[in-house]
Design a protein around this ligand. Structure first.
Ligand SMILES: [Zn+2]
Ligand SMILES: [Zn+2]
Length: 419
């Protein structure tokens, strides 16, 4: 038997309801906030991710699905979405369309990670990006969007954490201060920290193993330049004025090199150590890194699998219609064609209809109708066809009705309202 690839999953039936629930919230809230959808390719030139995500990151060093295609090009399955959005921005000349450009995307991402609980090699992300504004209002709007989106999903017991990670001007001094602080502690640090000491020193701050040492490290706030600290203050004023509670987490640093100024995370503390729901921030350098002009930008990404995990652990069940509501069961050759005619009539009233296309006895037909969640079975036997009637069976209660065929659709629609 051919099995699916390790770290991937099939999503179907009951599980699919959660996906539709999340996806429809994304479509709804992005519309309310005037973000437009962008769909970029699933694979890109490897160079794009090396430059944008950063050569020093775990993603680029260890986790990318990179291969050579038949034309000898180095191709990578996208490990995240922002790089492609920035590439599309430059390539399609969005800069000429005025600012800001507000985009969202939704789709699969690929990372070769050690498979473990909640870590998949094909996973799915939602991302929201505002490109072209340097103003803290853009950061604020992204955060408000994130909070609204989670509220729409009924995830409201959450906390917002914010930080500033500085900019090209002020970060080098801070990095040096961290290097000085960690210099005589390096032997006692975990392997990841040792490796990151030279590559990406700020990541040492969010190490889960060496948290005690990180807690006493110098914080970035006294190193921020005037521009960065003014930006951070203004963002906080906007949050306060709009009643969005937040906490400052000085150890909140993002894993990717292109982040500047604002970094934020939304966590649900009730979820224990796996409490992060979504994270984002500002990435003013990115568009320029990949060959465009200077285009400041801010956004966030959230894993759909993670959000669904959160929904389940909070006991939130998706509100979706049960599909199908009606099963039509043709009991003999004379009713086969008629079954499809009834189905069309029912569907014209907006009902979801399953026509049983198997040749089998009534007991098995009813069993299957119940399995797929149908509420009502419409039975077409020899007698029914002859008399232009149908037998309608409410599957939950077993109660049955004989109804004139011409009124069947209306009758079923009324019955479904009662169920
Ligand atoms: Zn700065
Ligand atoms: Zn460590």
């Amino acid at each position: 038997m051919i099995r699916r690839i390790k770290g991937t999953q099939d999503i179907y039936f009951e599980e699919m309801k959660y996906w539709h629930y999340v996806e429809s919230a994304v479509r709804k809230v992005t519309k309310l906030y005037a973000f437009e959808e962008i769909r970029t390719p699933i694979f890109e030139a490897t160079e794009l991710f090396k430059r944008s995500v950063g050569e020093s990151t775990d993603v680029v060093q260890k986790e990318m699905y990179t291969f050579e295609d038949k034309g000898g090009r180095s191709i990578t399955l996208r490990p995240e979405g922002t790089a492609s959005v920035a590439r599309a921005f430059v390539e399609n000349g969005f800069i000429n369309l005025g600012a800001p450009i507000k985009l969202y995307y939704m789709g699969p991402m690929f990372r070769y990670e050690r498979p473990q609980a909640g870590r998949l090699r094909q996973f799915h992300q939602i991302g929201i990006e505002t490109l072209g504004s340097q103003h803290p209002m853009a950061d604020y709007e992204i955060i408000e969007f994130a909070v609204t989106f989670l509220k729409r999903l009924k995830i409201d017991d959450v906390k917002l954490y914010i930080n500033s990670v500085g900019c090209e001007k002020c970060r080098p001094t801070y990095r040096q201060a961290l290097k000085d602080y960690y210099a005589d502690k390096i032997d006692g640090l975990c392997g990841d920290c040792k490796r990151r000491y030279d590559l990406n020193i700020m990541r040492l701050l969010d190490c889960k193993v060496d948290g005690d040492i990180a807690a006493k490290a110098p914080t970035i706030h006294s190193y921020l330049c005037d521009e960065c600290s003014a930006h951070f203050n203004e963002l906080q004023e906007l949050l306060k004025a709009n009643d969005i509670d937040y906490e400052i987490d000085q150890r909140l640093v993002r894993g990717l090199d292109y982040y500047t100024k604002t970094a934020f995370e939304i966590r649900a503390d009730s979820l224990g150590s796996q409490n992060q729901i979504l994270g984002g921030g500002r990435y003013d350098g990115l568009v320029e890194y990949i060959g465009g002009k200077f285009v400041p930008a801010v956004g966030f990404a959230a894993g759909i699998e993670r959000i669904i995990m959160v929904l389940k652990s909070l006991g939130i069940t998706p509100e979706t219609e049960d599909i199908p509501s009606v099963a039509i069961l043709p009991m003999g050759k004379e009713s086969f064609a008629l079954a499809f005619e009834y189905a069309r009539r029912f569907r014209r009233r907006g009902l979801s209809v399953f026509v049983d296309v198997m040749d089998r006895n009534l007991r098995n037909r009813l069993k299957h109708a119940a399995r797929i969640g149908a509420k009502i079975a419409v039975i077409l036997g020899e007698e029914e066809v002859e008399k232009n009637m149908v037998t309608i069976k409410v599957l939950d209660t077993g109660s049955q009705f004989k109804v004139d065929g011409d009124f069947a659709a209306r009758f079923v629609q009324e019955k479904l309202k009662e169920i």
